[in-house]
Design a protein around this ligand. Structure first.
Ligand code: NAD
Length: 479
């Protein structure tokens, strides 16, 4: 049984739930505490009390804590990657890579704690100087989704602590194992009691408790559009700061002049790896007519060679869908697309034989062709291994189609034309643009985030994280 962590102490939850392996439902990883609203408020109490001390801690103290957490994550990447693969269904290489990324993020923000700087300016008035400094905002509520159970918590927790805030962390219900393991490492890092608190529990109960608590100065949220919009309203109503990263319907444009191997790699990697469960997944493959047939044939060939199996198995390319509910959503969208006239070129069915050996939620990745941008399959986020090809006339048609979406997270193009690549970088309506690299897969030292319906508030990661986790003070001195 794994407990919540509040005020430096492990505490039993109001109840507990099992954590089930999506690759094999017979495997229960452990039971995890579920906080109720009262326990979530206890965590806010603890974080509020700890703020006075942690907000004035030295950069060296912050560096030491974050660096220690980063070092342990890196040292234990194989073991923690296996836990992540077991509870979320990512393949082992993907999961170990994610834990590695989490370690790198903690190390990066350890350095950022030392590098935080301000400005010193002369005033327009004689004898007066002006200092511009950054201070922590207070207690922050960090609410995360299930699809990156280590990396997303890391890229919120590390900057929150680096800039002197105290934290109440609420992970997604489906992945308490990684959250608990990360908390256990943080609990031994030398951080003062109460500065970091873990409340596992139901989103509908613990989430609003944090969002509506006047002592929580800011909420950093990653998850679905529906939840994000509710949260934005609640935070706006009480004047709390918020930062939302939500869904995507990311385009990958493939032009006639593309290197076919590069285009196919970008498509297969971004659309289907991590079981398509990435907010940056390429779900709309927008292909000009001269390369359309060759591209579709090559993608289908690659899809045939993918090994879909237990996430922890050797050589697995694609693990299971995260749970039964998400599998149901994926299959519903596959039916909707067919009913709308899309042609299923490959996959889209569950894998009965693997389910007998490993009763899990296995779905063969689906590719649709003959689709158009107004179909639901091209407008709504599926969040599974499902992609569709949209045939377009030329570059202008491709760019217009790529931008014709309520989302704006990541937008990609495969081309050997410098002219089109340059134009696309300038005109793609997205927070991140990828030329000849997959739409999914980003660096940790540069900003991450989207536009339009994908994001609200300031960017995460890199130096831009300071925008959310600090507030600016301007001080005038006459002497
Ligand atoms: P979700 O919105 O269901 O849940 C996200 C988190 O919010 C969970 O911790 C959940 O418990 C909590 N929550 C649920 N109801 C709440 C409420 N009323 N108040 C406060 N918190 C509440 O999302 P999910 O299914 O866990 O994740 C999938 C979604 O996340 C997809 O839409 C995906 O695109 C998005 N996502 C976005 C990014 C990005 O950076 N843009 C990254 C990863 C995932």
């Amino acid at each position: 049984m794994k407990h919540n962590f509040i005020g430096g102490v492990w505490v039993q939850g109001a109840r507990a739930v099992p954590n089930i392996n999506p690759s094999d439902q017979r495997d229960t990883i452990d039971h995890y505490a579920q906080a109720d609203s009262a326990q979530a408020r206890d965590a806010v109490d603890a974080a509020s009390q700890a703020f006075n001390a942690w907000s004035v801690s030295t950069p060296q103290q912050r560096f030491d804590v974050l660096d220690k957490v980063g070092s342990e994550l890196l040292a234990r990447r194989t073991e923690l990657g296996d836990l992540l693969a077991r509870e979320e269904g990512k393949t082992l290489p993907e999961a170990v890579g994610e834990v590695t990324r989490a370690g790198q993020i903690f190390k990066y923000f350890a350095g950022e704690a030392l590098r935080l700087s301000g400005d010193l300016l002369q005033s327009i008035r004689p004898g007066v100087s002006v200092e511009v400094t950054r201070e922590p905002i207070g207690v922050v509520g960090l609410i995360t989704p299930w699809n990156f159970p280590m990396a997303i918590p890391a890229w919120k927790i590390a900057p929150a602590l680096a800039y002197g805030n105290t934290v109440v962390f609420k992970p997604a219900e489906l992945v308490p194992g990684s959250a608990w393991a990360l908390t256990e490492i943080i609990s031994r890092s030398g951080l003062p009691a109460g500065s970091f608190n873990l409340v596992m529990g139901r989103g509908a109960e613990v989430g609003p408790t944090l969002v509506n608590d006047p002592r929580v100065a800011g909420i950093s949220f990653t998850g679905s559009v529906g939840t994000g919009q509710q949260l934005a309203q609640a935070c706006t109503a009480r004047g709390a700061k918020f930062q939302l990263e939500m869904g995507g319907k990311n385009p990958l444009v493939v032009l006639d002049d593309a290197d076919l191997d590069v285009a196919v790699n970008c498509a297969v990697q971004s659309a289907f790896y991590s079981t398509g469960q990435r907010c940056t997944a390429s779900s709309r493959l927008i292909v000009t007519q001269g390369i359309h047939e060759r591209f579709v044939d090559a993608v289908v060939d690659r899809m045939r060679s993918l090994k879909i199996a237990n996430a922890r198995g050797q050589g697995t390319d694609i693990g299971p869908v995260v749970d039964e509910r998400q599998l149901g959503i994926d299959l519903d969208y596959i039916r909707v697309a067919q009913a709308e006239g899309a042609k299923l070129a490959f996959g889209g069915h569950t894998m009965e034989c693997d389910q007998q050996d490993h009763p899990g939620f296995y779905l063969v990745p689906a590719l649709f062709t003959e689709t158009h941008n107004a179909m639901r399959i091209n407008r709504e986020e599926v969040f599974g291994p499902v992609a569709s090809v949209i045939r377009v006339r030329d570059y202008d048609d491709a760019l217009a189609t790529a931008n014709a979406t309520p989302f704006g997270l990541s937008s990609g193009i495969a081309t050997t034309s410098l002219k089109h690549a340059t134009h696309f970088k300038r005109h793609a309506q997205a927070g991140m643009v990828m030329v000849n690299v997959p739409t999914a897969g980003v660096d940790y030292h540069v900003p991450f985030g989207g536009r339009k319906g994908s994001s609200m508030g300031s960017r995460e990661q890199g130096r831009y994280a300071a925008e959310f986790f600090t507030t600016v003070k301007t001080a005038y001195t006459f002497c």
